[in-house]
Design a binder for this molecule. Sequence first.
Ligand SMILES: Nc1nc2c(ncn2[C@@H]2O[C@H](COP(=O)(O)OP(=O)(O)OP(=O)(O)O)[C@@H](O)[C@H]2O)c(=O)[nH]1
Ligand SMILES: [Mg+2]
Length: 326
Amino acid sequence: MFTRIPTVLRSQEILDKCFSKASKIEEPYFPNKADKVRKEVIDRISTIEGIACSYFKKLIKKFPTIEKIHPFYEDLVDLLFDVDEYKKSLGKIQWISEKIESLSTYYIKRLKQESEIYHMNKIMKEYYGRVSSLINDASDALLFLGNCRDSMRKIPEVDTEIPTFIVAGMPNVGKSSLIVALTGNEVKVAPYPFTTQSIHIGYLTVNNRKIQLIDTPGILDRPAEERNEMEKKALLALKDIAGSVLFIFDGTGQSGYSYNSQERLFSEISEILRKPIIRLQSKIDIEQEVREDITVSVGMEETLDNLKKILYEKLQRDMPWSIGNQ
Ligand SMILES: Nc1nc2c(ncn2[C@@H]2O[C@H](COP(=O)(O)OP(=O)(O)OP(=O)(O)O)[C@@H](O)[C@H]2O)c(=O)[nH]1
Ligand SMILES: [Mg+2]
């Protein structure tokens, strides 16, 4: 999602790029010396304008417009940096880019009316000075945007367009094993902002429809009182992802959590995410009291097939739009 944002150069690096290219410009022989110098200076100005403005425009184009990104990303971005400052910085870059353009037009016009070499060089120096101070003026904005880029690149790539099941449940209940069993081994792992954990994303296809499963170890597996404010907010971003929750209960005692404590987490997650939740009992190959309608074991193919069918029916019922026109 945010991996295509280019590296942000520092002001000095942009200046170096502009001026070193400009300094290499030399016109071939002109019968008239003044014409030659004029042409050279005009070319230098155009080169500087071209390099600086096209770089600034690239930044403006590649940095996402916050209003246009999906609410899931918007929530996370809002936690990562000051969004107002982000908008201001992009605005500043835009302004500077426009300013360089009009300045260049103005100086080129002046050069065209100039016949003295001495004055041409003076005009060039003046232009260099003004462009330098404009680009230096972008310093803070560039530094800020560079930091934004670094944090945005850490946001996990979640497909916000396809139906999604968020897998939740206490540690060790079998969340990861189930995702692997359902989707094969190609599970993407991505760090999740403000948590020490990563999320795991897998895809499966049922009746030609792609479904996304997101495993959230360390995020949805603990009661709220154990989470800090940032973690809570980061968790809330998940509610923006369209879809349901698949909540896994383990009745074997193997996970070390009682059914009661799992029920408590279940209520809490339903409260936080406010989404339809499918209850599921795992590890059914191990002896345990059967408490849920849907049971599964990663080693029993028929239980996995049954679950896939249920997921699909759930989509048809709750999110018909999401599978209608894929
Ligand atoms: N017998 C049996 N064991 C299972 C099954 N599913 C998972 N397990 C085992 O249960 C243990 C925990 O499974 P994980 O998939 O790592 O559980 P998790 O919920 O992802 O755990 P965390 O990532 O720590 O939250 C592992 O030893 C698995 O091999 C199952 O269907 N049957
Ligand atoms: Mg896991």
